[in-house]
Design a binder for this molecule. Structure first.
Ligand code: LLP
Length: 441
């Protein structure tokens, strides 16, 4: 009989449980068996959790603002299998490169539901977007506006766009992932008059159709107030612009940034709280500013996939420095999850083959990369660990995989998607031949 166990288990995918061998199971699959069969490091995605999160965003946001479209920010993680799940759930897609666009195209993702973001889309990427009829280009700067207009003119197309506005609102998150403040490489600032200039140029452009506005403040955002404030600033701006320039205000995108709980001591708001804050603000302000109700676009990335993803590692060397620290060394590290080293993210960990054992010591889980900063989890409680044990790290589904590298020439891990007792390999493990094969001499 499977039983639920340990507070840490609540951070794992929704289908997680511990079987009577004391093994962590996800999606009806024994993770210890999976590690044995497929090797480690291994990334596991729980399909049920991904679908559940998609559903949550759609239902919670449309409770407070009916005309909401959810587009998944694919930078959090995209591959062909995931793109297919996102399409089935009816979400649109936010892409930021020709590569993400190509993955979506390869599974026949409905490209009319694709929003193309980015602060320096290349000419080739914009051409591809036009050739494949992407729904919206989210224009970030005047260089792009002119280039896009010329390309659209040459192809005889009228392209729908949103303008990315930088509202000057601090979301109080890591400075590397803050985008809504004035000193940002992204978007047209309100404060400098550049947003106004962008509206003038977009409405005057021959082959551009301005359908709305976008802002994205940063990621992850644990507070609700930045969303309310930015929504107000941008709606006020739109109402001022509508008095002088002629355009339809059909869409407002408030970006992504919805936070998730990574560790037991870092609770995040739930989807309903974000939905209520944003929906109520829109419903208050739209009539006040005498605007027509636009479609609301939201762009969750992290919150769709983070909890669904778990990383499995095998323990090798164990080094104890008496009275100082015990290092448990695993067979992955900052090459497959750079987030702790880059942003100081705090993860929890579980020993997948000893999930029912009492936690008895405080240890530090270190990666195998040649840097002292390659620490995956610092000072965490685990049962007594031995070489060969399997460490499971929850909340690894967002931004770990897309930021993978081959540092120290480590092959990238395999990824599987589990559901109802079945495990599907959705990306194979790299081999040494993959590493060598791209070199031309
Ligand atoms: N929309 C835009 C325009 C974005 O730039 C982003 C994220 C999102 C939506 C999705 O944000 P989310 O809902 O996933 O928070 N590598 C960092 C995160 C960078 C986020 C970049 N933009 C990390 O690992 O935390």
């Amino acid at each position: 009989m499977n039983i639920k166990f340990s507070a840490k288990l609540s951070l794992f995918p929704l289908t997680s449980e511990v079987n009577n061998q004391g093994h962590l199971c996800i999606g009806g699959c024994d993770t210890v068996d999976l590690a044995e069969e497929l090797g480690t490091p291994l990334y596991i995605f729980d399909e049920f959790t991904i679908r559940h999160e998609c559903h949550q965003f759609i239902t919670e946001f449309s409770k407070y603002y009916q005309d909401t479209m959810v587009i998944y920010a694919s930078k959090a993680f995209l591959n062909r299998a995931l793109a297919a799940v996102i399409a089935q759930e009816g979400l649109g897609l936010d892409v930021v490169s020709g590569g993400e666009l190509a993955i979506a195209h390869s599974v026949d993702f409905p490209l009319s539901k694709v929003y193309f973001h980015g602060n320096n889309k290349t000419l080739e990427e914009l051409e591809l977007a036009l050739d494949w009829n992407v729904g919206r280009v989210v224009v970030d700067n005047l260089y792009e506006l002119e280039l896009l207009n010329k390309l659209a003119y040459d192809k005889g197309i009228n392209q729908d766009i949103l303008l990315r506005i930088t509202p000057g609102v601090d979301p109080h998150t890591h400075k590397y992932t803050t985008t809504g403040t004035l000193d940002s490489k992204f978007g047209f600032p309100l404060a400098t008059g550049q947003a106004e200039e962008a509206v003038e140029q977009a409405t005057a452009a021959s082959n551009i159709n301005l359908v709305g506005f976008h802002f994205h403040l940063g990621s992850p955002i644990f507070e609700l107030e930045p969303y309310r404030l930015a929504t107000e600033l941008v709606l006020r701006f739109v109402s001022q612009m509508k008095r002088k320039d002629s355009f339809e205000f059909n869409e407002l995108s408030v970006g992504g940034g919805f936070a998730v709980q990574y560790s037991l001591d870092s609770k995040a708001p739930d989807v309903a709280e974000y939905a209520q804050a944003i929906g109520e603000k829109l419903n208050d302000l739209i009539p006040q500013f005498e605007l027509d109700y636009p479609r609301l676009i939201i762009e969750p990335g992290r919150a769709i996939v983070a909890q669904a993803g778990v990383a499995l590692y095998k323990v090798g060397a164990i080094k104890e420095i008496p009275a100082i620290r015990k290092y448990i060394c695993i067979d992955g590290g900052m090459n497959d999850n750079i987030r702790p080293a880059l942003y100081g993210t705090k993860h929890e960990a579980l020993v997948a083959n000893k999930a029912l054992q009492e936690e008895s010591e405080i240890v530090t889980i270190a990666g195998k990369l040649c840097e002292s900063g390659d620490i995956l989890v610092r000072d965490t409680n685990l049962p007594s660990v031995s070489p060969g044990d399997i460490i499971a790290v929850p909340v690894c589904g967002a931004y770990s995989i897309p930021m993978w590298s081959n540092y120290n020439a480590l092959p990238r891990p395999a990824i599987i998607m589990v559901n109802e007792g079945k495990a599907n390999l959705i990306r194979r493990r790299e081999t040494y031949q993959d590493l060598i094969g791209l070199d031309t001499i």
